[in-house]
Each structure stands twice: as C-alpha cells, then as structure tokens.
Design a protein around this ligand. Structure first.
Ligand code: ADP
Length: 266
C-alpha cells in the first residue's frame, strides 16, 4: 500500500509518498501556482513519476497547507500544525520545539514528551518574520540569489538594527541604509537578526520556553547562518531537519496511512 501526503503551501507545494513500512519513496517540490488544485495534481504526479508508481497504487491521500481544501482529489485534509508535528517527530524523534518559517508564515510549536501538540503560535498575518521578507530582500532590494544569503550573513561585521515592524517600512529603512553605503552583508545580517528575534518573541509571547531538542523546518531552515542565529539568540542548540520543506507532507502521508487503517477497520 502507498500513501500520499500533499502540502500545498503559500509558496511551494510538496508531495511525500510512503509505503506501509513508513519508508519514504518520493519527495518532490515545486512552486505553488495560482490554481491550488492544479498544484496538488502536478506535485502528486511528479512524485508518482519519480517513484515509478501510478495513481491506482495510492491507497489514501491527505492534504495540508494553505491550499489543502482546494485539492479535490484528497481523501482528507488536516491543519498544517498537526502535519508539521507528526512529520517532524518522525524525522527527529523526541523533538520538543518546532520552529517553522515558510514563505508567508512562521510558527513555533511546543510538543509534549509523547509528541502531542502542547501549544503553538503562528504568524500568518504579516510578511515580517517569514521567508517572504528574504524574497523581497534578495530579489527586489539587493538583486542576489537566495543561495548567496547565508555566505553573506557570515561575512557581516556590523549589522544595523532593522527596527521597522512591517516589511513595507523595513524596505524603506533598508533602502536608506543602502544609500548610506551600508554593505550588503550587514543589511542581510540585520534582516535575518530581526526575523529571528521576531519569531522567538512570538514563541515567548505564547508562553513557550523553547524546550530542547529544538528543530527548525520550512524553507528558511535551508540557511545555515539563520540556524546558527537562532542557537545564539536562544543560547540552546537548534538543528535544521533534513529536507526542511518536507516535514508537513511527511506528516500528511503518515496521517494518510493511519486514516486508511482506521477506515478499513470500521
Ligand atoms: P510554504 O510551505 O509556506 O509554501 P516553504 O517552507 O517552502 O514555504 O518556504 C519557502 C520560503 O523559504 C521562501 O519564502 C524563501 O524565501 C525561503 N527560503 C528558501 N531558501 C532560503 C534560504 N537559503 N535563506 C532564507 N530563506 C530561504
């Protein structure tokens, strides 16, 4: 039996296929298109192609993420927080805190000893503190590739404080720093520091004490300099999960297996 987890995020869509032994057979990712249903279809097909399987082989599909309800083929949809918790505990058993920064939201999730969600906080109202801020910074303001970001942050010697709470105002602040001749590396370090502070502040405001082990996921976790920044600010080790954009889709695939077995037994 094969189970599919489809995570239709605001920025990227992902699909994980697993077998009945929880073995991952495929993980595929692409940018989410305007048509969320088509994005779900395309990413599922990409995972089937990558693993040499066909749609008839899939016993159950669970969707998650921002576009989860738009994906018509799904058998069940689940909230992202649950998918992240299930997927992260599978990838890194014993996780007590998840920090996830995606394209248009950021989350801090605290898990109890059994891996169940104890509390969580989420920002999906404002681009500050999300990957979108890095997209604006790299593409619009600095004209650099996302892959250059981490190396630049490491080079910074004197990062300015980005004090604006809103991306639009922060943009104006950054343009002003650029015109004063502040080097790119200091600007990117300032922006990453402001995002890290904002996400930690959000977790603390939600009464979270950042219990260890702390696992970082989402697209922004691909940036080693930001992973280190979190460790430094928290004074605790923070580990980026392997394939950080895959955890919610993995959690959805595992839920698909559980749900299929439950429905079969009824
Ligand atoms: P979602 O699930 O919300 O669609 P993802 O978890 O796939 O989003 O994350 C996408 C975000 O990851 C993009 O906004 C992008 O800016 C960010 N991102 C990807 N690589 C890096 C990197 N090296 N440094 C910082 N941000 C990154």
């Amino acid at each position: 039996m094969i189970y599919a987890g489809v995570d239709i995020g605001s920025t990227t869509s992902k699909c994980v296929l697993i077998d009945e032994n929880r073995k991952v057979l495929a993980f595929e990712i692409m940018f989410t298109e305007f048509d969320r249903n088509a994005s779900g279809e395309k990413i599922l097909q990409a995972a089937l192609d990558a693993s040499g399987l066909s749609i008839e082989d899939i016993a159950y599909i669970v969707s998650t993420g921002y576009g989860r309800k738009a994906f018509l083929r799904t058998n069940k949809d689940i909230p992202e927080i649950i998918a992240h918790a299930v997927g992260t505990v599978e990838a890194m058993p014993g996780t007590r805190t998840i920090i996830d920064i995606g394209g248009q939201d950021s989350k801090v999730i605290e898990l109890d000893e059994s891996g169940a969600i104890a509390r969580f906080e989420m920002n999906d109202k404002c681009a500050a503190g999300t990957g979108r801020f890095f997209e604006v910074l790299t593409q619009r303001l600095l004209g650099i590739e996302m892959s250059e970001l981490s190396g630049l942050i490491y080079k910074s010697k004197n990062a300015p404080t980005i004090s604006s709470m809103c991306t639009i105002f922060a943009e104006t602040e950054i343009i002003s720093y650029l015109s004063q001749g502040v080097p790119k590396e200091d600007i990117v370090a300032g922006v990453s520091r402001s995002i890290v502070r904002r996400v930690i502040g959000m977790g603390k405001a939600g009464q979270m004490s950042f219990k260890e082990p702390i696992v970082f996921s989402g697209g922004v976790a691909q940036n080693p300099a930001i992973v280190e920044e979190f460790s430094q600010h928290l004074g605790k080790p923070v580990t980026a999960v392997k394939l950080p954009q895959s955890t919610a889709a993995l959690g959805a695939a595992l839920t698909a297996m559980k749900q299929y077995e439950k429905e079969k037994a009824q």
